[in-house]
Ligand binder design. Structure first.
Ligand SMILES: [Zn+2]
Length: 1004
């Protein structure tokens, strides 16, 4: 037979676009439109309903950026329409662009009684209407601008309502009543499925040829001038190829409806609330018409918004959750970043998230759902397990620039050895449309073929919302069992993980962090928000500790509702586009204000708690909320600070020497550290001929994602900021000495203060910057005379080691990394710790040392200034504190990290004895609080901080009735893993390296 395949396929394509698609709607008719533009921020339906609406016509412009316009639409289907075999629908085009759903205009459609019908979005712009043909609806239309306009580099003022202007950006294209032809719609879906499969299958095999001929016969059978009347005969011609079942070895896909709604990104939080309402109303409408449809939705925060602002929708969701169709997944408050947030924050993401799901729905998600966060901390497996979850899902590592991840389904082993079954959907997206192309990709990329055969595909418009459509559901049904295609079953993620675990006898194991070889700028962008997060985490610790102490000792009220609300605020800002610095300016304006409010409220709670613990008039004390003694004050206690040892300041030429009993730091006249000697060993920490605490300014022009990326080529364009405008001695006392260097460069100015306290081996460096650079990266560099093969970075409840060399492509790709409060490098016998109070980005490299050997260069990334999405990102004032500790073990690094972040607090108050003491400094108290259930039980979280096996005795200084070990959700564990015994007011612990333990103490 002659091969005419190209001609046949071209003929099919033209027939579909010119005959079938235009015939999906048999007829349409315009309606009467009136409009009211909201003058300011969005208003609820009942407020919009009573406004004066003005006549509005198709073609008219509407909608300033971030504005809201309500359209009132009325009318009736023409009396002469034959509605046999049709559905009556409203078709609305707000002036949609060719851009993505969720990145432009969208709307929510209400009945006059205030109930929601569904949303309208590009590619999902219909509204079902009553069979009687009468129309009376209100459309809340959001004129959201497309901030990215297809790129992630161009500066724009569209990202804040303060700068986005007032000119309308959309024009209404149509609002019509229309007749959907059910046969033609179905025919169209079948053509899409079969054509998609045909092009995915290998050419010159039997199946695509069969499909091609069947489609050709269908076209021959139909009358191009009467598609509606002949669609049924067309469908009959393709029925046989559609009915051929999948092969026995077909790849098995679990499809689950999804909408990855970013809690803020290129829109503010207030718009996300409306995006959730729009998407969830679409989902509920689809559930009404398709009993097989299931939808997985993470983020308790998004449900909480619906409960507060759309109670009618929330009740409908509650019904579907009970049916197992609207499925809460993830168990976290939001899909947070996992590189930057503290261990306790990570724990509280689950406490708040799972707590909400259990209270509201009586369900507990067992899979952690983080498809889009920018890399995954090696601490997660233990935290996930301690939160009562078993499985982990992401797809983001498919974005790696350098290395392909070797597994799709595997056991992920964390820093303490805990393993969780993990799946990376090989479709490499969380926004699938279930097209044949994506189903084929899912099978193609699935890395575990031969050993296992299941993958998961989340489908539905995401990022900006929208969710699944009826077209996607049709695709799922048509490919349920279709020869040549993977099979598709709509199932819950839990069902997927159970099968994936059962079918895979010995899954491969990946140990340590899941580092994303991309988006390395997210450890540094928007430094004030990062500082706000760190400060909030420390203040929450202090507030919970002192409020608990006051509740136990003075019977004071514990402000649980207020603390919960503050935690929710902080947990929301940890969302994976807020804290990483990748949102629009509006988001940071709000975030910085929220952090200021959180700090104010927490300061008030702390003062009230300390006040409740009693104080004599004029009495002053120092309060130590940290887990280690500072200046003679015991951990978790207060008293009068005393400084041991001595310190002095000496002038050396145009520089200074700061000398304590433990260390000597020498600064030259340019404010750089030329020498740092550990006086206990005599060891020099600064590499010969180099200087530490050096400010280095780099060109920072990433290729693709402006705020997200630091590209490796930054390293080739750096300069040292060494010029000094002024030098002064700020303090020259017996307890502490401080010298200050002031500098200016380009459009910015900066001061660095170097301080040493009596008896201390840690030089503190306080940097204040008035930053007006663009596309620059500021680093604080420490070239150390240490030969370190690896560097330790603090993560949640522990630390991880990363290689300092570039032997493999994996090591080389890790050229910028995140750390929490400290990093530590060492060779046998000598180490250095570099701690910080709000910095996360770091890099460690090696270079040749003067005189032989190699230098370990450890740098903090202080500031960036990317131009998109916030064109003014990081402009203005910043403060950073760092410390440089010589002769430091890991335990010193841990201690120094706490000291910088939870410093002594001085103020009115008396001596407070600690609620508990721990006899082993390697076992660290991370949180002390009252139980979530309001029982008054005290909850204490501890972890082994050194990576060694430790025993510890925890003694409680209050009357204890019982001590049990719990999970993060404060549920008693039948098989305690860390608590070996408990006696009168005492708990004995035996902990594995980095083991986390939660104790619940009921009071006598
Ligand atoms: Zn996202």
């Amino acid at each position: 037979m002659h091969d005419n395949s190209p001609q046949v396929r071209a003929r099919i394509a033209r027939f579909v676009s010119e005959r079938i698609e235009p015939a999906v709607y048999r007829d349409r008719h315009p309606l009467t439109i009136e409009a009211w533009e909201v003058p300011g921020e969005p208003v609820p339906f009942r407020e919009a309903l009573v406004q004066a609406y003005a006549p509005f016509s198709v073609g008219q412009t509407w909608g300033k950026p971030w504005g809201t316009t309500w359209f009132h639409v009325t009318g009736h289907a023409p009396a002469d329409w034959d509605t046999t075999g049709t559905r009556l629908e409203l078709l609305i085009d707000l002036g949609f662009t060719a851009g993505q759903s969720g990145f432009q205009a969208e709307g929510l459609v209400y009945r006059p009684d205030g109930s929601v019908i569904k949303a309208i979005e590009p590619f999902n712009a219909y509204v079902p209407i009553d069979p009687d043909g009468s129309v009376d609806v209100y459309v809340e239309a959001a004129s959201n601008p497309d901030v990215a306009e297809g790129g992630f580099t161009r500066p724009t003022r569209m990202g804040d309502t303060l700068t986005s202007g007032t000119d309308p950006i959309y024009s209404l294209r149509h609002i019509d009543i229309a007749l959907l032809d059910e046969q033609v719609w179905q025919l169209d879906r079948e053509f899409v499925a079969l054509r998609g499969l045909m092009v995915e299958l290998p050419h010159r095999t039997t199946r695509p040829a069969e499909i091609e001929r069947a489609l050709e016969r269908a076209i021959d059978a139909m009358d191009p001038h009467d598609i509606s009347g002949t669609a049924a005969v067309g469908r009959a011609e393709i029925a046989e190829v559609l009915a051929k079942p999948a092969s026995a070895s077909a790849h098995r896909i679990t499809a689950i409806g999804h909408a990855h709604i970013d809690s803020a990104w290129l829109w503010p939080v207030r718009e996300t609330i409306r995006k959730c309402a729009r998407t969830f109303s679409n989902v509920l409408q689809l559930m009404d018409i398709d009993p097989d449809f299931k939808f997985a939705c993470s983020s308790a925060q998004q449900y909480a918004w619906i409960k507060e602002f759309y109670p009618e929708l929330f009740e409908r969701i509650r019904v579907r959750v009970a049916e197992g169709r609207f499925i809460p997944v993830g168990g976290m408050w939001v899909e947070s970043d996992t590189n930057l947030i503290s261990g306790e924050s990570m724990a509280r993401q689950f406490v708040a998230g799972k707590g909400f799901f259990q209270r509201e729905f009586g369900v507990e998600p067992k899979e952690v759902w983080l498809p889009d966060s920018f890399g995954y901390s090696g601490a997660l497996p233990q935290i996930v397990t301690a939160a009562g979850s078993q499985h982990f899902l992401t797809q983001k590592i498919s974005w790696n620039e350098t290395n392909s991840f070797p597994h799709s389904t595997f056991l992920w082993e964390g820093i303490d050895g805990t393993r969780v079954l993990t799946h990376f959907p090989p479709v490499n997206t969380y926004n699938s449309d279930l097209s044949a192309k994506e189903l084929a990709l899912s099978e193609h990329n699935y890395a575990d073929k031969g050993d296992a055969n299941s993958s998961l595909v989340p489908f539905g418009y995401g990022d900006g919302g929208g969710g699944p459509t009826r077209e996607m559901l049709a695709a799922a049904k048509l490919t349920r069992s279709l020869e040549g295609s993977p099979t598709v079953e709509i199932e819950s993620p839990q069902q997927f993980f159970e099968r994936a675990g059962a079918e895979y006898a010995k899954p491969p194991v990946w140990t340590g962090e899941l580092y994303l070889e991309f988006h390395r700028g997210t450890y540094t962008s928007q430094a004030r928000t990062k500082r706000g997060n760190r400060r909030s985490e420390s203040l929450l610790r202090e507030a919970e500790l002192w409020a608990t102490t006051a509740a136990v000792r003075a019977n004071a009220d514990y402000p649980s509702a207020q603390l919960e609300a503050l935690w929710h605020t902080v947990l929301l800002q940890q969302f994976h586009d807020i804290l990483p610095g990748t949102s629009i300016a509006w988001v940071y304006r709000v975030a910085e204000a929220e952090y200021a409010r959180v700090a104010d409220e927490l300061e008030t709670i702390i003062s009230a708690a300390i006040g409740a613990l009693g104080t004599a008039a004029g009495e002053q004390a120092s309060f130590n909320a940290g887990p280690f003694e500072i200046d003679g004050i015991a951990p978790l206690a207060s008293g009068v600070a005393t400084q041991a040892g001595s310190v002095r300041l000496e002038r050396r030429g145009d520089g200074f020497a700061l000398i304590s009993d433990r260390a000597r730091f020498e600064l030259d006249g340019t404010g750089r550290i030329r020498s740092a000697v550990d006086l206990l060993t005599g060891r020099e920490a600064v590499a010969p001929g180099e200087s530490a605490a050096e400010l280095q300014l780099f060109r920072d022009t990433p290729t693709q994602w402006e705020a997200w990326d630091i590209d490796v080529h930054y390293q080739r364009h750096g300069e040292v900021i060494s010029a000094v405008d002024a030098v002064s001695v700020v303090a020259d006392g017996t307890d502490r000495v401080t010298v200050r260097f002031e500098r200016s460069f380009n459009s910015s100015s900066l001061s660095q203060e170097f301080s040493l306290s009596a008896g201390s081996a840690s030089l503190e460096i306080a940097t204040q910057v008035d930053w007006h650079e663009r596309q620059k990266l500021l680093k604080l560099a420490f070239p150390l005379d240490v030969r370190a093969e690896r560097a330790a970075s603090e993560v949640q409840y522990g630390h991880i080691y990363r290689a300092t060399h570039e032997n493999t492509s994996w090591d080389s790709a890790r050229f910028e990394t995140s750390a929490h409060r400290w990093m530590h490098v060492s060779e046998p016998g000598f180490g250095v710790a570099i701690a910080n109070d709000s910095t996360y980005g770091h890099d460690v490299t090696r270079h040749p040392r003067n005189g032989g050997g190699s230098v370990t260069m450890l740098r903090q990334s202080l500031l960036r200034a990317p131009l998109f999405p916030d064109p003014d990102a990081d402009q203005g004032e910043h403060r950073f504190r760092a410390s440089f500790t010589v002769g430091a073990e890991i335990s010193d690094a841990v201690r120094e990290g706490y000291r910088l972040n939870v410093p002594l607090r001085s103020g009115p108050g008396g001596a407070i004895a600690p609620l508990l003491t721990v006899d082993n400094p390697g076992v660290v108290v991370e949180a002390i609080k009252l139980a979530e259930d309001g029982s008054g039980d005290v909850v204490v979280r501890l972890y082994e901080s050194l990576g060694t096996r430790e025993k510890a005795r925890v003694s409680f200084n209050f009357s204890v009735a019982a001590i049990v070990e719990t999970d993060l959700l404060e549920r008693e564990q039948s098989d305690p893993a860390g608590l070996t015994s408990s006696g009168e007011n005492v708990a004995e612990l035996t902990l594995r390296p980095f083991q986390l333990v939660t104790l619940r103490i009921s009071r006598a």
